[in-house]
Design a protein around this ligand. Structure first.
Ligand code: URA
Length: 306
């Protein structure tokens, strides 16, 4: 293809995508809408669900953590309507499983109350002092607060730190971070200055296991406050854990991606795009075209709103 630079070609190679990236202005043939039109199309598959995922409801996430262990509400309104922007209501099922590690989370209500009104720096300190999730706070080497500059208008929400992030105290610095950074650079977006990167959990789950619902709920106050302070124009939810936690749904990433959802931040509905997690893309490189389209959608929304 004529007209692309060596740098672009290098990024494409790094992302293992080559000419698959062309045709970005076309309708996404893999979006749920296009698939729905094609009655013969097969359902998009995502990574196999773990037992924990199949049983997970995430119904405790994003309640103030001080209300943990109380009966969850059976309904929760979330702004996540692709076409109409009308709030959609999801029925929340009661939690069926007991927390996998009972008693592991003991929230410090006073710390969380302070977090609700903290500035960025104070919030970072409060996160570093948090020991609510016993297993995580005992095994972590560092808390991973996030990368953000005041100029960032887009926020990417990932899952939780992995080994490299735990070692360095920064989000997305391992292999999946490399891929994420390549995607951003190929879109002309700078990590930090244009795009803030934060995670649902600030501590690494031992052996990179999925975060438990009560851990997500315990960390929700921090994430909510981060979003309030960042006041983004566009949010990208990277993978199942982030989209389930923030959209309050159990739909697969394949079904949620390719459309615009909305999450309420500071009383405003913020356009939100769901995409595959980079670590899933590393295992399933053919899905990178979907991520490319999702990030293009996010960038288009950003340009429209800037
Ligand atoms: N995966 C994530 O979701 N977040 C990180 O920071 C690193 C890997």
């Amino acid at each position: 293809m004529a007209g692309y630079s060596k740098e672009t070609a290098r990024l494409w190679m790094a992302m293992d995508i080559g000419p698959l990236w062309i045709g970005r202005d076309e309708d996404d043939p893999l979006s749920p809408q296009s698939i729905a039109k094609d009655s013969t199309a097969k359902e998009i598959t995502t990574a196999p669900k773990s037992v924990a995922e199949q049983n997970s409801t995430h119904s405790d996430a994003f309640k103030p953590a001080s209300t943990l262990n109380k009966t969850p509400p059976h309904e929760h309104s979330v702004l996540t309507s692709p076409e109409s922007h009308k709030p959609k209501t999801f029925e929340l099922k009661p939690i069926r499983r007991s927390f996998a590690e009972p008693g592991i989370v003991e929230v410090d209500s006073e710390l969380l109350t302070r977090a609700q009104n903290a500035d960025w720096k104070t919030l970072q300190t409060l996160v570093s002092q948090c020991t609510a999730c016993k297993a995580l706070s005992q095994s972590r080497l560092s808390t991973v607060f996030g990368t953000a500059e005041k100029t960032a208008k887009m926020v990417i929400v990932g899952e939780a730190p992995g080994r490299d992030e735990d070692l360095q105290g920064k989000p997305f610095v391992g292999k999946s971070g490399e891929l994420l950074e390549n995607i951003l650079r190929s879109l002309g977006l700078r990590r930090g200055a244009d795009v803030a990167i934060i995670n649902v959990l600030k501590c690494r789950p031992p052996n990179n296991r999925d975060p438990h619902d009560n851990e997500i709920a315990a960390c929700a106050t921090f994430l909510t406050r981060q979003l309030e302070l960042l006041d983004p124009k566009v949010i990208v939810l990277s993978g199942r854990i982030a989209s389930h936690a923030l959209l309050k749904t159990e739909m697969s990433t394949g079904r949620l991606r390719g459309q615009t959802h909305h999450i309420e931040v500071n009383g405003k509905p913020i356009p939100t795009v769901v995409t595959y997690h980079p670590s899933y893309l590393l295992r399933s490189p053919t899905e990178k075209i979907c991520a490319w389209r999702d990030f293009n959608l996010a960038k288009k929304l950003l340009l429209e709103l800037s």
